[in-house]
Design a protein around this ligand. Structure first.
Ligand code: SAM
Ligand code: SF4
Length: 357
């Protein structure tokens, strides 16, 4: 099997670059990296724990959890978020591990939603959504991504190593009652020799339900280290299956920083997205940074280095000090991931559930 990979993206570094110094736009301090990418999206992990053990993410057993006192408090998360928003972050996503396991999650949503952000969203496995959809909507959640890799019970157990399909589907149904949370996106991690047989079923779901279905290519971020290029089922391959076995699709315009290539069907009903970080990397327009549950800032999913915010937060740092750390970190943001560069590729220093996807 040959995985077709788009040619490497070219980057035009910002002119007269001065790294390690705050960049100012229109008088305001802004997070802009050394390649001219403006950071607008902060992903915050609120816990490293999870009630599933997805094969592409966590080991079946033996996961070492973070000590509870190292996990950022709501006050600390809110403070980092505020400083980041003052530096130009407009979108905040709460994730994990499984974020719904964090006690009091709606309270955190409520606190962060008071910040002037364009979007506040959550990525969840959906298992606890039936009871949480309402409190999350009332707290001001605006968007949601629910991960669901199969619509069949036995296969669900094969992937998540837990039972839970009915709960996730019920959680999705419940979400439909709260139109203030929109869109509802369903994330499907696509893996060769697994996902192919359900591609059409997911395409049908995208037409039957108000869910945007997004296929995500499998990345080498699994804790088991079992990722193999051969297991990546590319977005283009999935698109070809849909068009061959189901219905033609037409592109939908997407924002430049969007990770997803969006399509609808020829009659305009339903939306499918393809997130192709392996076959069509989108690092050139990446505007994201990540905060781990234990307060480490990461500028790429594949970062080796992290920037400590928890220590400064707990030893009297001012907002300006925090802004300096964010600015410094962003000035070192990686140009791109090296998944397609053979021996140059180094696995990330943490796996997906420990980072916050
Ligand atoms: N537990 C929540 C969930 O599953 O939605 C949030 C955290 S999870 C780490 C965030 C997203 O990363 C999910 O959509 C999950 O499917 C995706 N993910 C995890 N491991 C991945 C991998 N190795 N490659 C691609 N996506 C992955
Ligand atoms: Fe848990 Fe999400 Fe990772 Fe699955 S993908 S093990 S639900 S953190």
């Amino acid at each position: 099997m040959t995985l077709l990979v788009d040619p490497p993206q070219t980057f035009v570094p910002a002119a007269s670059l001065v790294v390690n110094k705050p960049r100012h736009v229109g008088g305001a301090r802004r997070l802009i990296d050394s390649y001219g990418r403006r950071i607008g999206d902060l992903r915050i992990s609120v816990t490293d724990r999870c009630n599933f053990r997805c094969v592409y993410c966590m080991p079946e057993e033996g996961m070492q959890w973070l000590k509870r006192d190292t996990i950022l408090t709501f006050d600390e998360i809110e403070r980092v978020s505020r400083v980041a928003v003052e530096l130009g972050v407009e979108e905040i996503r709460l994730t994990g591990g499984e974020p719904t396991l964090r006690p009091g999650l709606p309270e955190l949503v409520e606190r962060v939603s008071r910040l002037p952000v364009r979007s506040l969203s959550l990525t969840t496995n959906g298992f606890l959504l039936r009871s949480l959809a309402r409190p999350l909507a009332e707290a001001g959640l605006k968007r949601i991504n629910v991960s669901l890799d199969t619509l069949q019970h036995d296969r669900f157990h094969q992937i998540a190593r837990r039972r839970g399909l009915d709960e996730v589907l019920a959680g999705l149904e419940e979400l439909e009652r709260y139109p203030s949370i929109s869109p509802i996106k369903v994330n499907v991690v696509a893996m060769r020799d697994f996902t192919e047989v359900e591609v059409v079923a997911f395409a049908e779901l995208a037409r039957r339900k108000p869910y945007v279905i997004r296929f995500i290519e499998f990345m080498p971020l699994d804790a088991d280290g079992n990722w193999q290029r051969e297991r990546v089922l590319s977005g283009n391959e999935i698109k070809a299956i849909i068009e061959r076995d189901f219905m033609p699709m037409v592109p939908v315009p997407a924002e430049p920083s969007s990770t997803s290539r969006r399509f609808t069907f020829s009659d305009g009903i339903g939306e499918i997205g393809f997130i192709n970080p392996v076959s069509q990397p989108f690092c050139g327009t990446c505007n994201r940074i990540r905060l781990t549950a234990d307060g480490q800032l990461r500028t790429c999913l594949f970062s080796i280095d992290e920037w400590d915010l928890r220590g400064p937060l707990r030893s009297g740092a001012s907002d300006d000090d925090l802004a300096d750390i964010l600015t410094q970190a962003v000035s070192h943001k990686e140009l791109k991931h090296k998944i397609n560069e053979g021996a140059a590729f180094q696995r990330a220093s943490r796996s997906m559930s420990q980072i916050g996807g």
